[in-house]
Design a binder for this molecule. Structure first.
Ligand code: MG
Length: 246
């Protein structure tokens, strides 16, 4: 009955956290951030993640511009750890903390998508689904457009998908119902012909449910414990389990 499988990308197929960690560690060394900020990788990265989560929420809600997010998520940690323009200039050659922040933002967005790590079982699942002629596999993702397609090419999963729905192109981010309505409209299908497969309850499941699309919640290792405002149509704790369903 499901004909269109609408896959989220980050943390559902592409190992966002593992890949980001590799990139971030490289960047931490290249830009001498330990010397610059006087903290180790973990402390800097933990602070960055907390800041980034808040800024991304604002970006998703449409209250923060992409260009501001791009710079501010690095500028705030640099300032928090007492990074001064003089030290930035001496150690990196950048003229200001803002200039360094922009370079870090560019490095992260350019280098991150080169990473190839996938979530456990992702390739096996995609091979399995590709072998069934009854499904069309499509991507629905919120990430920056310039990053999302390269990620799929780097990790060699682009070829499994027919269409790519990027929030920047559609003008709305998940879980905004307008994102999902645009997907349905472009596919010219009814909600019940689709299945949204994603790892983020508040983004993927809530968004799909709002427009009546059935949901398959990839709750990795049952890490998400609620709250459940509703029960998703299906829930699995590993991608392998999906092969028993579809
Ligand atoms: Mg995700």
């Amino acid at each position: 009955m499901y004909r269109y499988l609408l896959f989220d990308l980050d943390r559902t197929l592409w190992d966002f956290d593992g890949n980001a960690d590799i990139t971030f560690r490289e960047m931490f060394g290249v830009y001498r951030l330990q010397e610059l900020c006087g903290v180790d990788y973990k402390e800097f990265h933990d602070y960055y993640r907390a800041v980034n989560d808040v800024l991304w929420e604002q970006y998703r809600a449409g209250t923060l511009a992409k260009e501001v997010l791009h710079v501010r998520r690095f500028m705030l940690p640099l300032e928090h750890f007492g990074c001064t323009p003089d030290r930035v200039s001496a150690l990196t050659g950048c003229r200001s903390v803002a200039a360094l922040s922009l370079q870090l933002g560019d490095y992260y967005v350019n280098e991150g998508p080169r990473q190839t790590g996938l979530m456990p079982g992702a390739r096996h699942l995609l091979d399995y689904l590709a072998g069934k002629s009854c499904y069309e596999l499509d991507i629905i993702t919120n990430g920056f457009s310039e990053a999302q397609l390269p990620k799929m090419h780097s990790s060699d999963i682009y070829r499994y998908f027919r269409r790519f729905f990027l929030s920047e192109d559609l003008g709305h981010h998940k879980p905004d119902p307008r994102f999902f309505e645009a997907v349905l409209q472009q596919l010219s299908v009814r909600p019940e012909e689709c299945l949204v497969i994603g790892d983020d309850f508040a983004v993927d499941m809530v968004g799909a449910q709002r427009v009546g699309i059935p949901q398959l919640f990839y709750n990795r290792e049952r890490r998400y414990q609620g709250p459940y405002p509703f029960r998703p149509t299906m829930e699995v704790s590993s991608l392998c389990d999906i092969e028993r369903i579809l």
